[in-house]
Write a protein that binds this ligand. Structure first.
Ligand code: URA
Length: 198
């Protein structure tokens, strides 16, 4: 049977491939428009997401909704996922092996099915997966990158942004987040018209 976003989500909900499965309440496959031009990739579910099975529904999610609204978008216009689909206990950072297992089994397929024009990484874990050896996020945020898959030769635009939760701890960062976010629609248009390089 052909893989679909729905069949992947069913697999994710039953996944036992890494230790995070043991302590989760719900896995969080991600949600949104299956034909989204923009795929947002966060780090992993927090407590609220673990309880509900939905991505970015806590305080960081409220700020993400606000940033989406600032460019005239709703959640249904984009797709929102995470590098790891299960909550790391106590909100610890996900281990590299957990990220590797989860991304290669799930996120990679989600990207191939959605075929977004642009992947927006939220926070350093997501940025590190896509850009491998990036400079610190303080230098990378808001800078568009073009990556090439060595195996397939496929290219993909990546825009690293700070994680929205960072603005909750440092209110002064809100304007930086909003300014970075405002760049997204114009970047997508330029990608679509082939008038951008990175
Ligand atoms: N933080 C994330 O990185 N992802 C979520 O889904 C929620 C909070």
């Amino acid at each position: 049977m052909a893989m679909t976003l729905e069949s992947l989500a069913e697999q994710i909900k039953m996944c036992q491939l890494c230790p995070l499965a043991r302590e989760r309440t719900h896995a969080v496959p991600g949600e949104g428009n299956p034909r989204a031009e923009v795929l947002f990739v966060g780090e992993g579910p927090g407590r609220k997401e673990d309880e509900s099975g939905r991505p970015f529904v806590g305080a960081a999610g409220k700020f993400l909704d606000e940033m989406l609204a600032s460019v005239g978008w709703k959640r249904q216009d984009v797709f929102i996922a995470n590098v790891v689909k299960c909550r790391p206990p106590g909100n610890r950072d996900p281990e590299e092996s957990e990220i590797h297992t989860c991304v290669t089994n799930y996120l990679v397929h989600q990207v191939n099915l959605i075929e977004p024009k642009l992947i927006v990484t939220l926070g350093r874990h997501s940025m590190k997966w896509f850009l491998k050896n990036p400079e610190p996020i303080s230098r990378m945020h808001g800078k568009l990158k073009l990556i090439t898959d060595k195996k397939t030769g496929k290219t993909q635009f990546i825009l690293p942004l700070y994680h929205p939760a960072a603005a909750l701890y440092n209110g002064g960062q809100r304007q930086t987040h909003l300014a970075d976010f405002k760049k997204i629609p114009a970047i997508v248009e330029k990608i679509k018209t082939g008038t951008i390089g990175a």
